[in-house]
Write a protein that binds this ligand. Structure first.
Ligand SMILES: C[S@@+](CC[C@H](N)C(=O)[O-])C[C@H]1O[C@@H](n2cnc3c(N)ncnc32)[C@H](O)[C@@H]1O
Length: 244
């Protein structure tokens, strides 16, 4: 990613509506997982960036924050000092087999620095203990590449089926596969029609999310997604469990 994008992520993580919405979605979908055991879970925030979506997990467990960017890790450490920082690739993780209870990976496999998403999934499966959970969130709607994908060096977007298949081909049992941020699809469709030369990050504007409207829609959708699944969304989310 471009260096300025890391600083932007760290600057806006507390006040940008999208980050707030993703954290709410994760809190909701992972609440049972995080409250189930007596001891604190070991959590891998894979491709952690500056901690905008996963930094809160340090309230709930021991977080290992993994990223290939030293700058992202420096900013992560400043904002979330409890985490253990680990520089490296999601495609070759310097952790022992079966050493974590939960892997959270938010908007990483789409990145041009990930050569093969299946390799990363195989690594997540290797480091998960039997019975552990993988939570993946990636950009959805394959045809909707826009300026934001350029700034963040996005190489691919995923259909919901594709992400589900990747997880199940890696040997995990898919417990949930759903779209998220479905209400953003029309807006993103319009933006995807603008020339890609129009390279702007989604983070550089509209932090309030149309004065709170997008955050309110996300809260309604999150309540729905906690119980049911949506077949499409600007993001796609899959939960996969490693068999015992
Ligand atoms: C869009 S950011 C998402 C950061 C964080 N997960 C979040 O949701 O805020 C993508 C992150 O993936 C990291 N990344 C890209 N390729 C990677 C790789 N092969 N291994 C580890 N991290 C990678 C980038 O450095 C960046 O921090």
């Amino acid at each position: 990613m471009e260096e300025g994008e890391y600083r932007l992520m760290a600057d806006v993580e507390d006040r940008h509506w999208w980050y707030d919405a993703v954290r709410r979605l994760l809190r909701r979908l992972l609440s049972e997982e995080l409250s189930g055991s007596e001891s604190k879970p070991r959590i891998l925030d894979a491709g952690c960036g500056t901690g905008a979506t996963g930094g809160w997990l340090d309230e709930r467990g021991h977080v290992i924050a993994l990223d290939s960017s030293a700058m992202a890790l420096k900013l992560y450490g400043e904002n979330h000092p409890e985490a253990t920082l680990l520089e490296g690739s999601v495609e070759s993780i310097a952790l022992p087999d079966a050493s974590v209870d939960l892997v959270v990976c938010v908007t990483v496999l789409y990145h041009a620095n990930v050569t093969n998403p299946s390799t990363a999934i195989a690594e997540f499966v290797r480091v998960l203990r039997p019975g552990g959970l993988l939570c993946l969130v990636e950009p959805g709607m394959k045809g909707m590449r826009r300026g934001h994908d350029e700034v963040t060096h996005g190489a691919r977007r995923f259909s919901l089926n594709e992400l589900r298949e990747l997880v199940s081909a890696g040997g995990l049992e898919v417990e949930k596969a759903t779209g998220a941020f479905s209400f953003l699809v029309p807006l993103a469709w319009v933006r995807s029609k603008l020339p890609l030369a129009n390279k702007t990050s989604d983070l550089s504007n509209n932090a309030s999310g149309l004065f709170g409207l997008l955050g309110a829609l996300a809260r309604v959708e999150t309540r729905f997604v906690a119980r049911r699944s949506i077949p499409f969304g600007l993001s796609v989310l899959v939960l996969g469990r490693k068999p015992h």
